[in-house]
Design a protein around this ligand. Sequence first.
Ligand code: FES
Length: 103
Amino acid sequence: NMSWIDIGPIGVVDEGEVAGVNADGTPLAIFCKEGRFFALHDLCTHGQARLSEGFVEDGCIECPLHQGLFDIETGEPKSAPVTVPVRTYAVRENNGRLEVMLG
Ligand code: FES
Protein backbone atom coordinates (compact mmCIF):
# COMPACT_ATOMS: atom_id res chain seq x y z
CA ASN A 1 0.00 0.00 0.00
CA MET A 2 1.88 3.05 -1.24
CA SER A 3 -0.68 5.72 -0.44
CA TRP A 4 -0.72 8.36 2.27
CA ILE A 5 -2.97 7.47 5.20
CA ASP A 6 -4.70 10.13 7.29
CA ILE A 7 -3.98 9.80 11.01
CA GLY A 8 -5.81 12.85 12.28
CA PRO A 9 -5.40 16.58 12.81
CA ILE A 10 -1.96 18.07 13.45
CA GLY A 11 -3.11 18.61 17.06
CA VAL A 12 -3.15 14.84 17.66
CA VAL A 13 0.36 15.29 19.07
CA ASP A 14 1.70 18.30 20.97
CA GLU A 15 5.14 19.82 20.58
CA GLY A 16 7.72 17.73 22.41
CA GLU A 17 5.27 14.91 23.01
CA VAL A 18 4.34 11.48 21.68
CA ALA A 19 0.93 10.09 20.75
CA GLY A 20 -0.17 6.59 19.81
CA VAL A 21 -2.30 6.28 16.67
CA ASN A 22 -3.56 3.47 14.48
CA ALA A 23 -2.93 3.77 10.74
CA ASP A 24 -5.00 1.13 8.94
CA GLY A 25 -4.12 -1.42 11.62
CA THR A 26 -0.49 -0.41 12.02
CA PRO A 27 0.29 1.03 15.48
CA LEU A 28 2.41 4.18 15.25
CA ALA A 29 4.08 6.47 17.74
CA ILE A 30 3.82 10.03 16.40
CA PHE A 31 6.16 12.79 17.54
CA CYS A 32 6.28 16.56 17.16
CA LYS A 33 9.84 17.85 17.47
CA GLU A 34 10.54 21.53 16.87
CA GLY A 35 7.44 21.79 14.70
CA ARG A 36 8.29 18.76 12.59
CA PHE A 37 6.49 15.43 12.72
CA PHE A 38 7.97 11.93 12.89
CA ALA A 39 6.53 8.42 13.12
CA LEU A 40 7.97 5.21 14.54
CA HIS A 41 6.48 1.75 14.69
CA ASP A 42 4.79 1.65 18.08
CA LEU A 43 6.49 -1.46 19.40
CA CYS A 44 9.86 -1.65 21.10
CA THR A 45 12.39 -3.91 19.34
CA HIS A 46 13.45 -5.29 22.73
CA GLY A 47 10.12 -6.48 24.12
CA GLN A 48 6.39 -6.08 24.24
CA ALA A 49 6.11 -2.39 25.00
CA ARG A 50 4.43 0.55 23.30
CA LEU A 51 6.85 3.39 22.69
CA SER A 52 3.88 5.78 22.70
CA GLU A 53 3.55 5.03 26.43
CA GLY A 54 7.13 6.15 27.04
CA PHE A 55 8.76 9.51 27.62
CA VAL A 56 10.28 11.97 25.17
CA GLU A 57 13.64 13.43 26.17
CA ASP A 58 16.52 14.99 24.24
CA GLY A 59 15.26 13.88 20.83
CA CYS A 60 14.72 10.31 21.98
CA ILE A 61 11.81 8.19 23.12
CA GLU A 62 12.40 6.19 26.29
CA CYS A 63 10.75 2.77 26.34
CA PRO A 64 8.46 2.45 29.36
CA LEU A 65 9.52 -1.14 30.09
CA HIS A 66 13.34 -1.15 30.42
CA GLN A 67 14.14 2.49 29.59
CA GLY A 68 15.94 1.83 26.31
CA LEU A 69 16.24 4.93 24.08
CA PHE A 70 15.48 5.35 20.37
CA ASP A 71 16.20 8.42 18.26
CA ILE A 72 12.84 9.94 17.28
CA GLU A 73 14.00 10.91 13.79
CA THR A 74 16.01 7.84 12.76
CA GLY A 75 14.69 5.04 14.96
CA GLU A 76 18.29 4.18 15.89
CA PRO A 77 18.92 2.59 19.27
CA LYS A 78 20.67 5.05 21.60
CA SER A 79 21.02 3.23 24.89
CA ALA A 80 20.94 -0.27 26.35
CA PRO A 81 19.14 -2.60 26.38
CA VAL A 82 17.86 -1.77 22.87
CA THR A 83 20.19 -2.73 19.99
CA VAL A 84 17.88 -3.00 16.97
CA PRO A 85 16.46 0.09 15.24
CA VAL A 86 12.73 0.63 15.24
CA ARG A 87 11.09 1.24 11.88
CA THR A 88 10.43 4.80 10.78
CA TYR A 89 7.63 6.05 8.55
CA ALA A 90 7.39 9.21 6.48
CA VAL A 91 4.93 11.83 7.79
CA ARG A 92 3.56 14.85 5.95
CA GLU A 93 1.17 17.68 6.73
CA ASN A 94 -1.78 18.13 4.41
CA ASN A 95 -4.37 20.84 5.03
CA GLY A 96 -3.98 20.74 8.79
CA ARG A 97 -3.93 16.95 8.90
CA LEU A 98 -1.15 14.43 9.32
CA GLU A 99 -0.60 11.63 6.87
CA VAL A 100 1.83 8.71 6.96
CA MET A 101 3.28 6.49 4.25
CA LEU A 102 3.23 2.90 5.43
CA GLY A 103 5.05 1.68 2.30
FE1 FES B 1 11.68 -1.67 25.42
FE2 FES B 1 12.86 -3.56 26.88
S1 FES B 1 10.90 -3.61 25.99
S2 FES B 1 13.62 -1.59 26.40
